[in-house]
Design a protein around this ligand. Structure first.
Ligand code: ARG
Length: 451
């Protein structure tokens, strides 16, 4: 209409598509409506715009929200398009909505508003995943299996100990997400382009209306910083890295027949009829690469930007959306895959002793009976070349110590230490794999997750 101020001075040229963030802004459509509402309410409360105009703008925003992002008029971005849609409904007075702000503080507020939701979603997903790991662990405190270092058989452990190792790591990932949330949850609104405003605005009030815990004070920093994206995506990348470890272990376990994935989490081959492949976990493993790419994309986009707002920032935002979507999906898949998998206990028990994995326990036993640990290590090293059974340990003792083994320790105790289940049960130090030690981890962790 004739009285609508034209704001399309730069919108018609060949770079129009290039400039536009309209598609990516779908993600912050609802946030922008919320930010507009809070800003308009504050403007009216402060007497900066008339109450009846504010009311008309709020009605228009309801209408625009109901129609959805797809119904927006053309615009360089969602902020411009919503403003145009308000003016279409209200007339020129709709243009009062943009008093005392800029798209620079507006977009920063929208991103934080939406990212809060995504971070809480991500944190909830990690809690659900931890619950899944703990539930399966509770069933497998006695499921003895091989443990590895350098991918070589190292010492026997249990499936529960392995599961709890990841539950504990993901608990830290939850903390990192919530830590990032705390700094995302601050309002830049009212910073305007970067230099504040002449109007008597109330930044605390819009922060409160939007549920932010505080405001980002300095207006130059508020409108231009994206460090909150970097730390959110870094927290997600740390989580993705943890998930990639679980995924890789499960791929290896599946290779050895130590775990049987449910069909829902496996895939087959188009040519090899016998195949059951752990493809879901392979994709989880690769998600850590996507998340690392997100961190790298942000670092390289943000590095060296001058104060204050620069349009580069528009390209930074999608790294956060892509990363959070990919990592949350991967975390869900891991929870489902672990919850539905079978642990073939006999195969695990059979494999638990391979590679003389009880050697450390035998050396510990000799050391507990007075031999210096280094000497005990030597005896068991020699035994490992002689067959890794009681006879081998006896022969090694004769050779290294010049005395029969029974001078030091009851051979029956050595026999017990050579048994993988006994070996696990004996390692009951805090955090160790003994069923009792794992049970106390389960108690504490279940309390923490439930709290
Ligand atoms: N769409 C932009 C972004 O995502 C906000 C617009 C600010 N534009 C400007 N020319 N200052 O960052």
């Amino acid at each position: 209409s004739g009285d609508v101020v034209r704001r399309d001075r730069f919108s018609g040229g060949p770079a129009r598509e290039f400039l536009s963030s309209m598609d990516a802004d779908r993600r912050i459509f609802a946030a922008d409506v919320a930010v507009d509402r809070a800003h308009v309410v504050m403007l009216a409360e402060q007497g900066i715009i008339e109450a009846d105009v504010a009311g008309e703008i709020l009605d228009a925003l309801d209408d625009i929200e109901a129609a959805g992002h797809g119904a927006l008029p053309e615009g360089e971005d969602v902020h411009a398009a919503i403003e145009t849609a308000v003016i279409e409904r209200v007339g020129a007075d709709g243009g009062k909505m943009h008093t005392a702000r800029s798209r620079n503080d507006e977009v920063a507020t929208c991103i934080r508003h939406r990212l809060r939701e995504d971070l809480l979603d991500a944190a909830e997903t990690t809690v659900a995943l931890r619950e899944a790991l703990l539930e399966v662990a509770a069933e497998h405190t006695d499921t003895v299996m091989p443990g590895y270092t350098h991918l070589q058989p190292a010492q026997p452990t249990t499936a529960a100990h392995w599961l709890c190792s990841y539950e504990q790591a993901i608990a830290r990932d939850t903390e990192r997400l919530l830590d990032a949330y705390g700094r995302v949850n601050r309002s830049p609104l009212g910073a305007a382009a970067f230099a504040g405003t002449t109007f008597d605005i109330d930044r605390e009030r819009t922060a409160e209306l939007l549920g932010f815990e505080s405001v980002v004070g300095n207006s130059m920093d508020a409108s231009s910083t994206r460090d909150f994206l970097l730390e959110s995506v870094s927290a997600l990348a740390a989580l993705a890295t943890t998930l990639s470890g679980i995924a890789e272990d499960v791929v290896l376990f599946a290779n050895r027949g130590f775990v049987e994935l449910d069909d829902d989490y496996a895939s087959t081959s188009s040519i090899m009829p016998q195949k059951k492949n752990p493809d879901t976990l392979e994709l989880v493993r690769s998600t850590a690469g996507d998340a690392a790419a997100g961190v790298n994309g942000l670092l390289t986009t943000l590095k060296g930007l001058p104060r204050a707002y620069n349009r580069d920032l528009q390209n930074a935002t999608p790294y956060a959306w892509e990363t959070v979507d990919a990592v949350v999906e991967a975390a869900d898949v891991v929870g489902g895959a672990i919850s539905t998998a079978e642990w073939p206990e006999d195969a695990l028990a059979d494999a638990a002793g391979e590679g003389f994995s009880t050697a450390t326990g035998v050396a510990d036993l000799l050391a507990a009976h007075g031999l210096p640990f280094r000497t005990a290590h030597e005896v068991v090293a020699v035994a490992s070349e002689k067959g890794a059974d009681l006879q081998a340990v006896e022969a090694a003792a004769e050779e290294v110590l010049d005395e029969p083994l029974s001078e030091y320790v009851d051979p029956a105790a050595v026999e017990a230490a050579l048994d993988p289940a006994e070996s696990v049960a004996s390692r009951d130090s805090v955090g160790g794999p003994a069923p009792a030690a794992v049970a106390s981890h389960l108690d504490r962790a279940t309390d923490g997750v439930d709290a």
